[in-house]
Ligand binder design. Structure first.
Ligand code: AMP
Length: 210
C-alpha cells in the first residue's frame, strides 16, 4: 500500500507515520529527515537546502523530486511506503504521477494553526535517528534521551515560533491545494488530528484499511 500523509507542519505526521509503518511493515519516507541528514553530513544537496529550511521555506521542487525518485527506487519500497512531507506542492504531486507511482490513500491530518503553534514549541527530535517526541504528549522515558537509540533530543531550528508561522503560511498557500488534487482522484480521507495520538492513529488505520 502506498500512502501519503498530508497535513500542516506539526499536525503529527511524523509520529503517526512511525506507528503505521510498524503496523503495516512498510517504510516511512520523510523528505525532511533525508534533507536534515544531508545537512548533517554536509553534502551538496544539504548545503543547497539549508537556507530554505532554516527560513521555513520550501526547498525547490527539483531538489526534493530528485530525492524522492532516488529513495522510491530502493528495494524496501517494493511492498509499499508512507510518504511524510512529500508532496508539498502541486508540481511535486504531478511528478509522482508522472513517475508512474500509484498512490492508494492520502490521509490528511487536520489541526488548527493555534494548536500547531502550541504543539511545535514542545516538539523534540532525536538528532541521531530522527524519532519525534513531545514534552507534553509523547515524553521519552528519560528526559532528553531517545527511547530508540539513546541519541540526544533537540529542538529543531525550524520549530522556533517565527519560523513556525512562516511554515504555516507556506503550508496554506502551497500544500493545502493538494487536498483538492487528491480529492478529485478519490483518494483523500480527512482525519481530525486534535485528539490524543492513539485516537488519531485509530482513525488513520480505519481509513487505511477501509
Ligand atoms: P519537515 O520535517 O517535513 O517539516 O520538513 C522540514 C523542512 O524541509 C521544510 O520546512 C522544508 O524546508 C524542507 N522540505 C521537506 N520536505 C519538502 C518538500 N516535499 N518540498 C519542499 N521542501 C521540503
Amino acid at each position: 500500500m502506498n500512502i501519503i500523509l498530508l497535513g500542516a507542519p506539526g499536525a503529527g505526521k511524523g509520529t503517526q507515520a512511525e506507528v503505521i509503518s510498524d503496523r503495516l511493515s512498510i517504510p516511512t519516507i520523510s523528505t525532511g529527515n533525508i534533507i536534515r541528514e544531508a545537512l548533517k553530513t554536509g553534502t551538496e544537496m544539504g548545503l543547497k537546502a539549508k537556507s530554505y529550511m532554516e527560513a521555513g521555506q520550501l526547498v525547490p521542487d527539483e531538489v526534493v523530486i530528485g530525492i524522492i525518485k532516488e529513495r522510491l527506487a530502493k528495494d524496501d519500497c517494493q511492498n509499499g511506503f508512507i510518504l511524510d512531507g512529500f508532496p508539498r506542492t502541486i508540481p511535486q504531486a504531478e511528478a509522482l504521477d508522472n513517475m508512474g507511482i500509484v498512490i492508494d490513500k492520502v490521509i490528511d491530518i487536520e489541526v488548527t494553526d493555534e494548536a500547531i503553534i502550541k504543539r511545535m514549541s514542545g516538539r523534540r527530535v532525536c538528532e541521531k535517528c530522527g524519532a519525534s517526541y513531545h514534552m507534553e504528549y509523547k515524553r521519552p522515558q528519560e528526559d532528553g534521551v531517545c527511547d530508540k537509540c539513546a541519541g540526544t533530543l533537540v529542538q529543531r531550528k525550524d520549530d522556533h515560533p517565527d519560523t513556525v508561522k512562516a511554515r504555516l503560511e507556506v503550508y496554506h498557500k502551497e500544500t493545502e491545494p493538494l487536498k483538492g488534487y487528491y480529492e478529485k482522484q478519490g483518494k483523500l480521507s480527512v482525519i481530525q488530528g486534535q485528539d490524543t495520538v492513539e485516537q488519531t492513529t485509530a482513525h488513520i488505520l480505519k481509513a487505511v484499511e477501509a
